[in-house]
Design a protein around this ligand. Structure first.
Ligand SMILES: [Fe+2]
Ligand SMILES: [Fe+2]
Length: 132
């Protein structure tokens, strides 16, 4: 396990928190497979992780567009940048079958990024939108 749900910043909008908690489960499954050197499972969970991330970001971007949130471009840019990093990591992993590429990315880049992103962009967005 890499990340506990209690370590995630809670934003004032439950539907966003729910997506974040779901993502923690996938991150932990992916990390455990990668740390154990299980190439097949890492491939499976990496697909699941990418699908979830794309849905997660898409959901927030739609909410921001619908509500004409002023910081939409900067929030979307953070999503796009990390997505590009994830696609690169996937490519690198597929070329090498080295699961450490994935575990190192999650541990050293993605989780610190996620916590910071939730504390800043997601927090500001959820505060603007109001909770439910
Ligand atoms: Fe989010
Ligand atoms: Fe976000």
């Amino acid at each position: 396990m890499l990340l506990k749900k209690e370590e995630l910043p809670v934003v004032p909008r439950d539907e966003m928190n729910e997506i974040h908690y779901e993502e923690v489960d996938i991150i932990n499954d992916l990390y455990d497979s990668a740390i154990n050197g299980n190439v097949e499972k890492t491939k499976e969970y990496l697909e699941e992780f990418i699908n979830h991330i794309e849905d997660h970001f898409g959901f927030e971007e739609e909410l921001m567009e619908q509500n004409e949130f002023f910081a939409y471009p900067i929030h979307k840019m953070e999503h796009d940048n990390v997505l590009n990093r994830i696609y690169n990591v996937k490519k690198q992993f597929e070329e090498t079958n080295d699961t450490k590429v994935v575990s190192n990315f999650l541990e050293n880049e993605f989780v610190p990024w996620l916590i910071n992103h939730l504390n800043t962009m997601d927090m500001a967005t959820a505060s603007f939108l109001g909770g439910f």
